[in-house]
Ligand binder design. Sequence first.
Ligand code: AMP
Length: 414
Amino acid sequence: MKTEKPKGTRDFTPEDMESRRHVEKEITDVFERYGFRQIRTPSFEHAELFEIKSGEEITTHMYAFKDKKDRTLCLRPEETAPVCRMFAETLRTRPRPLKLYYFDPMFRYEEPQKGRYREFWQMGLELIGPPGPESDAEVISIAYESLKRIGLSSALEIGHLGIIKGFLEDRKIPEDTQRKILACIDKKDTEGLKKLSTEKTLFELIGLAGGKEVLGKAEKHLKNCDRSMKALSELGEIISILDLLGIGYLINLGIARGLEYYTGMVFEMRVQGLGAQNQICGGGRYDNLIGLFSGISVPAVGFAFGFDRVVEAAQFQKIKTPVRGIDVVVAPVSPDVKKEALKIAATLRKDYVVLFDLMNRKLGKVLEYAAETNARYVVIVGSKDLAEGCVTLRDMKSGVQKTVKIEDIGGALR
Ligand code: AMP
């Protein structure tokens, strides 16, 4: 019998889960302060949902399978398309902007390596309804603030797909070729790109990266290209809001993103210490995706954190997780005091993390266990003490023991 876990999956120990839950709690708190509310979509969907617009990067890595009725389903590889489907099916009449977030496992059949798994978690949000740069800037600042909240330093890069798309449209490049060009830009596949386009300007544009001066440099190439000029001015507005908020960034017009549905601003965040898989966040504006599912045009913008990478980066940057340890172990020294000891444990549990010795061990063994699990105190319940309404309280750090009244134990633990 094969009992190992499948390739690309992981088990999470209690310590792992403590770090993960800490990061989850901090980031979701930031999301909720901006009015985002959590949703959940099914773990599997009709494969078609992702084939429509998620792009080759996603569809070639899907866990697709046939069910007993011969329907082609697949494990969810990303959640933006499901959120748009959900919007079309159940949320379309909600007041806008509609602010949704999710924290769910995703599945992609990729070659596992550090920071790349077949089952991984994404924590992301979608801001549905508003079209403008202010909502783009809000979404970017939430991603920035989330990482800041957990104390993680990262680098933010922002681009705008309208710039390149407008340029390609202006040069009458067919849509299918445009898609291939963007895929090459995303993969930094210069050789592939050279086979698709010999436009010097295109190479110059995607090579532009830096501060605000990038906008001026791009403008020189795009004077007669209306869509690109509009995109440039949008990008200018977004970064002026980020300046106002004190958020540092690099403009990079070479960001294309692997997912095909993006139409406007795109951004990525990177961290140190993860090697090749250092991108921990990706997002952007996708104004046509909801229309594909619902028939009504609704602009939207969002992003997803690669949650596993955020946690790994936090560990690499030595960010401490506050751990809720064991406050007290209650140890009855003989069977006749067990009931009383159980009552004491139940009362203390209202305020503390309390373990009751379930192994009927001798006191010495219970003390060893308390030391190994880093418990702060042991409450020793013996019949002689009990007759006087007391117990013995042992401070595990100092080893000092004292007799305390039962009603005073809670106070003594503080
Ligand atoms: P994407 O949905 O491809 O834009 O990815 C968004 C984020 O999810 C990326 O920035 C990564 O941090 C993370 N991510 C994507 N694929 C994986 C994977 N196979 N394993 C772990 N994290 C991933």
